[in-house]
Write a protein that binds this ligand. Sequence first.
Ligand code: UDP
Ligand code: MG
Length: 320
Amino acid sequence: MQRPRLSVVVPCYNEERCLDTLHARVSAAARDAVGEDYEIVFINDGSRDGSWPVMQRLAAADPHLVAINLSRNHGHQLALTAGLDLCAGEEILIIDADLQDPPELLTDMRRTMREQEADVVYAVRRKRAGETIFKKLTAALFYRVLDRVTDTPIPLDTGDFRLMSRRSLDALLSLPEQARFIRGMVAWIGFRQVPFAYDRAERHAGETKYPLAKMIRFALDAVTGFSTAPLRFASHFGLVLTGLSLLLVLYIAFAWVTGSTVQGWTSTMLVVVVLGAVQMFVLGMIGEYLGRLYVESKRRPLYLVQDVAGPVKGQSTLGY
Ligand code: UDP
Ligand code: MG
């Protein structure tokens, strides 16, 4: 296989207004870094706007560009997986389509990779411009909670913007799971990984494709994918409740013996309601894992490709 020096992988969902500028800036940055020996891989993740026609037009004019049209919206992490699976570069840059992560940092990231002999250079957000207080707060909280509950240390405030070596990407692609939290999976593979601080810019155009519901799903995938702490919590909680209920049994026996069993509607209701709620919550937590187990057990391909425009160089192992 003829591998280009560099692949730039970009998942896109409803980004028609970003694509032209994105293509121009990424091409310039790539050319700066490696001359002509690069490819750009755009993944259209079932956009409902004109993203795909724009990609086709760009791909027809630029032999460096490969555009992949997924059969529907698979979600950010799977769209990214498709791009990583189908790219062929020796070095791989992962970047968002909205230009919040400046492609011009590529040269510096490559220098860091060379100087520190790293396999992964991950970009850490110093500042986040143009994002709501809510987004910043939930993001900050998310990374900190995740850090506490996961067994794999996952770097704080780090998105998917990163530069990877081919051998670390191949390691990543050897992980077959369906529920993919890629920044955690990259942390899991190991190799030599170094941070690279940057200021996150505002979106070039359009709005965030991560509404609250998607953020919650993403967070659940992260926690369940990298930690069994909630399950442990469930069993510990059960143990404590069992202890408490033993005390209650003693009290009930005592009250029965002394014949002081009166009314007690309030306390009965309290126990019923609280225990009911706790049980539902714990069951739900177990259900999150069970549901994921079910999805994993089906072993479906991670993404389905409908069309391609341009020369696909990589060999797919995870998709169809
Ligand atoms: N994205 C995608 N599929 C989706 C949602 C998002 O491919 O279902 C892409 C999106 O086009 C962008 C990247 O994932 O390139 C990150 O999304 P966004 O910028 O909306 O997230 P935010 O920066 O607000 O967290
Ligand atoms: Mg963004």
